[in-house]
Structure formats: structure tokens, C-alpha cells
Design a protein around this ligand. Structure first.
Ligand SMILES: *Cc1c(COP(=O)(O)O)cnc(C)c1O
Length: 391
């Protein structure tokens, strides 16, 4: 179907710089040689009217008060916020806007889910369709490792966290549904643990959709974009979080590459194998076994799941899942675990330093102008449609 679509098309868009190269080199190398110039890159964008002005009125108000009106239709103007990030008063106002949204989300979670979450915790969010390549499994395994660390030293200087998941699985995708089930089983045990209390909560509100995204993204502190490198064509959720002042923890995949280039490495928690390294690592049939044997925290987590620690009523529930991580780990969950665990530690260090954190958060917003869909559409007009603007 892809080849038919290619030969019938005027242009083929790779939707991010990295994926456009992969489409040329790995997906359609022969058709690319036959039709050089047909594959183009128009990096995706999101509309700042919906994802910033409508969804996040506290932050939109602060931006207008700081740089004046009109930025919604000229998003590069957000760069005018940059000098203000050195101003402690501006950073405090940015933090207040975020907190207003977090209080609203906390109240909603209390009413809708019956789980109490503290707006003082770091809201760590992964909302997107459930897929093995997006690696919600990596996130929940690391959450368990973090829980173990807190339990071993409950009086330690922990940054309180809420791990927020959202997303639907396709109807026939049994492995994805198993991951949803695991996250909910882990949440049930962790949320009722008196030892960890408000230091760690997990919520998974049902029926993730755009309305929920508009509620959750403005209240997010950390954006989880942790796909196996080479698998996420672009992502657009990553752009919505950046606009709303949530730094990314993520891999070099899709538009994360361009987000990293815009925001700077000091404002992005990068980890994991690159797309080229992923391809090479898969050539070793024992890659996951080796990675698990090299990481005691990961071994402990897999052992707990295998023993039914989160589902004593049916302890064998995840035997298949654990077996696949050990022996058929196509998406490199085990290989990236240790790097992800370390990067999460870096997030805690940064969050514990408010002047550093709010500088990072505000710079994410200030440098997100490139990800306006207005830029994407103007570029389509110039390079694909040869259309001129009526405005
Ligand atoms: C933005 C959005 C997506 C895309 O999210 P990714 O993280 O890029 O996969 C999916 N679903 C909803 C409801 C969204 O708003």
C-alpha cells in the first residue's frame, strides 16, 4: 500500500527530519532513487490557539502580559520571553501558572478517579496511544524501580512524583492491553502503600482523548517521549508539552531531535540508544538478557512482576510479558532501562532546584515557536502546493 501511495503521489512527507531520512534510506530506497526530490520533510506542528491559548489560560495570560498581544499567530515571538527567564519574578509567575493548572487537575483526579494527588509533586506524564514502540512498559518498570528505591530509604530526600498515564489500545492489540492492565495493577498496590504515601502515586484516567489532553498537558511538569529510536515518525504530543513549559525526558526519535536542537541539551533529559545503535544492538540475540543481568534494579522489578507482587489474585498473569522482556525484546526496553533510570534521577536533581527548573520550563515555552502548525502549513504552501496566501 505504501508503494502504491508513493507512485501515485506528487510529494511524500517524512514529517520530521530524522524520519524523512529513514524513509529515504530504509523504507523507499529504490523509489527514492527513481524519484529523487519526491520525498520531502515538512516537520509537523500543533496549533498554539488550541494547545496554548485555549488550553492554558493562566500561561497564555502571563505570556501576553510579558510580551504583548498577537503571539498566537506569530509563535516565533515567544523568543521574546527569553530575557525574562533570568528574572526571578517572571519564573515565579510561570510556576504559579503551572500550579493553578496542577491544582485543577488534582481536583479533577480526586473527583473522577478517587485518587488524591498533591499539586506539590512533580507531574510526570505519558499520554499517547498504547504501543510497544512507545514503551509505556519502560515507564512502568522504571516506576516500580523508583518505588523500590523509596521503600529502601523512606526518609530520603525524594522528590514527590505523580506518574500519569493515558491512552487507548487498538481493539485487537492484546500486548498493549496487557500493558494497560499491568499499569493499573501496579497503581493499585503503589497508591495504597503507606510507606511511600505522597512520594509516589500513579494515575491512569480512562478514555484518553483531546479534551483530556487539553486538561493534562498544561498541568504537566515532565513530558515522556521515550519511544525506541527510529520508530516514532514525529510525535505531536511532544510539541504540545514543550509549548506548555514541560521539559522532555526522551530518546533521539522523531521530532524530539528537533525539539532538542531548539531548546538545547541543558533543557532536555536525553537518554538511550540512537536509531543506528538500535539496529546494531538487535544483531546480538542476547541483548536483553545481557542488559537485565547488568542491572540489579531491573532484575528486581522483573522478579516482582513474575512473582505476582501486583496481582496476588492471579500471580501468573504477567509470565508471558516477563518472558518476552527477557527473550524477545524487539523494542529494547531492557537495553534502555539503565539509561532511562539514570535520566529520571537527573530530573529529580533539576526539580529540586526551583530556579534551575523554572528557567528550563520557561525556555521550553520560549523556544517552541518552530512547532506552530502555521510554520508547517506555510512551508507546505511554498514547497508542495505552490500556493500563495490570501491574507
Ligand atoms: C496530540 C495527541 C496525540 C498524539 O500524541 P503523540 O504523543 O504524538 O503520540 C494522540 N492523541 C491525542 C488525544 C492527542 O491530543
Amino acid at each position: 500500500m505504501g508503494e502504491l501511495a508513493f507512485i501515485m503521489s506528487h510529494k511524500v512527507n517524512g514529517v520530521s527530519a530524522l524520519h524523512s531520512d529513514l524513509v529515504k534510506q530504509n523504507l523507499f530506497p529504490e523509489l527514492h532513487r527513481l524519484h529523487p526530490g519526491r520525498i520531502v520533510n515538512q516537520t509537523n506542528g500543533v496549533t498554539p490557539r488550541r494547545w496554548l491559548r485555549m488550553a492554558n489560560k493562566p500561561l497564555a495570560g502571563l505570556i501576553t502580559d510579558t510580551i504583548g498581544a498577537g503571539w498566537e499567530a506569530d509563535l516565533d515571538r515567544l523568543r521574546e520571553l527569553e530575557p525574562h527567564v533570568e528574572d526571578a519574578g517572571f519564573r515565579a509567575a510561570f510556576a504559579v501558572a503551572k500550579r493553578v493548572n496542577k491544582v485543577e487537575l488534582s481536583n479533577w483526579a480526586g473527583a473522577e478517579l478517587g485518587v488524591k494527588i498533591s499539586p506539590d509533586a512533580l507531574f510526570d506524564v505519558q499520554i499517547k496511544r498504547i504501543h510497544e514502540y512507545k514503551r509505556q512498559l519502560l515507564n512502568i518498570l522504571e516506576t516500580i524501580a523508583h518505588w523500590n528505591k523509596i521503600r529502601a530509604n523512606p526518609k530520603g530526600p525524594w522528590v514527590p512524583r505523580v506518574r500519569i498515564f493515558g491512552g487507548k489500545a487498538a481493539p485487537g492489540y492484546a500486548v498493549a492491553k496487557e500493558i494497560i492492565c499491568l499499569i493499573n495493577d501496579v497503581a493499585g498496590v503503589v497508591n495504597s502503600d503507606p510507606v511511600t504515601g505522597d512520594l509516589l502515586k500513579i494515575i491512569y484516567p480512562p478514555n484518553y482523548n483531546v479534551s483530556m489532553a487539553e486538561r493534562v498537558i498544561p498541568a504537566s511538569d515532565l513530558s515522556e517521549q521515550i519511544s525506541t529510536a527510529g520508530k516514532e515518525a514525529s510525535g505531536t504530543g511532544n510539541m504540545k508539552f514543550m509549548m506548555n513549559g514541560a521539559p522532555t525526558i526522551g530518546t533521539l526519535d522523531g521530532a524530539n531531535v528537533e525539539i532538542l536542537a531548539e531548546v538545547g541539551a541543558e533543557n532536555f533529559f536525553l537518554f538511550g540508544l540512537t536509531a543506528a545503535e538500535v539496529t546494531r544492538r538487535r544483531e546480538d540475540p542476547d541483548h536483553s538478557k545481557k542488559a537485565i543481568e547488568a542491572s540489579q534494579p531491573l532484575q528486581d522489578v522483573l522478579q516482582m512482576i513474575a512473582e505476582g507482587r501486583f496481582n496476588p489474585e492471579e500471580p501468573e498473569r504477567y509470565h508471558g510479558l516477563v518472558h518476552r522482556v527477557w527473550h524477545h525484546d524487539y523494542f529494547l526496553v531492557a537495553a534502555d532501562f539503565a539509561a532511562y533510570h539514570a535520566a529520571q534521577g537527573e530530573v529529580d536533581v533539576a526539580y529540586a532546584d526551583p530556579s534551575r527548573w523554572w528557567r528550563m520550563a520557561a525556555l521550553n515555552t520560549a523556544r517552541s515557536g518552530f512547532f506552530s502548525s502555521d510554520r508547517t502549513i506555510r512551508s507546505y504552501m511554498d514547497e508542495i502546493w505552490q500556493a500563495t496566501s490570501a491574507l
